[in-house]
Ligand binder design. Structure first.
Ligand code: FE2
Length: 200
């Protein structure tokens, strides 16, 4: 890894959406992101197999994107079951606690109930959902963020090692040591299993 630069940021994270216009309403009208691309395709990238789909990109303040696919033939309500934040969530960042409170008040009016800010020590966050079942968070850094993170960073590897030792037996009983010891990811095999012949 020493010869490579770290990636800079998240260009986009992409998710399946139920409907492009419903998703545009949420991310553009409610969240204030900018719709920067609505790409309309007739075939699957890579394989060229017929596939009608749209790829949407919404831009945030720093130029990062959140992206969606609308694939009419694959819309299935089960795919939009609300997921626990523990399984998956996206956290957007604002600058201050005042901004966070303002977002809570605004979102409550626009979409309904939003959680009260939770103090996680290093950040403060509110939680809500998008119409596609994605758990969302708006977070702001605590005033002591830099000091807290400096301390956390110094201890991170030590604490991770202790955690691994403590929880390993439980994990082994659930998934087996072979899975835990895997250090390769066979994408070719996964593509085959998922019947993916191109990029998605
Ligand atoms: Fe989070």
């Amino acid at each position: 890894m020493e010869k490579l630069e770290r990636p800079n940021n998240i260009h986009h994270q992409a998710f399946l959406c139920r409907d492009a216009e419903q998703t545009r309403w949420f991310y553009e009208d409610v969240m204030g992101f900018k719709l920067v691309a609505a790409l309309d395709f007739e075939s699957s990238p890579g394989s060229g197999e017929p596939l009608e789909y749209m790829h949407l990109f919404f831009e945030m303040g720093n130029g990062d994107h959140v992206a969606f696919f609308d694939i009419p033939d694959e819309v299935d309500e089960e795919k939009f079951n609300y997921k626990k934040g523990f399984d998956q969530h996206i956290a957007f960042e604002v600058d201050s606690l005042e901004d966070l409170d303002a977002w809570k008040e605004y979102l409550t009016k626009e979409i309904g109930w939003v959680s009260d800010p939770i103090d996680h020590d290093f950040v403060h966050s509110i939680y809500f959902y998008d119409p596609n079942g994605l758990a969302l968070e708006i977070t702001c850094r605590d005033k002591e963020y830099d000091q807290i993170m400096e301390k956390d960073t110094k201890e991170a590897h030590k604490i991770l090692k202790q955690w691994t030792e403590r929880t390993r037996p439980k994990k082994e009983s659930r998934v087996g040591s072979e899975k835990l010891n895997e250090r390769t990811v066979d994408t070719k095999e996964l593509f085959k299993r998922l019947k993916i012949s191109g990029a998605i």
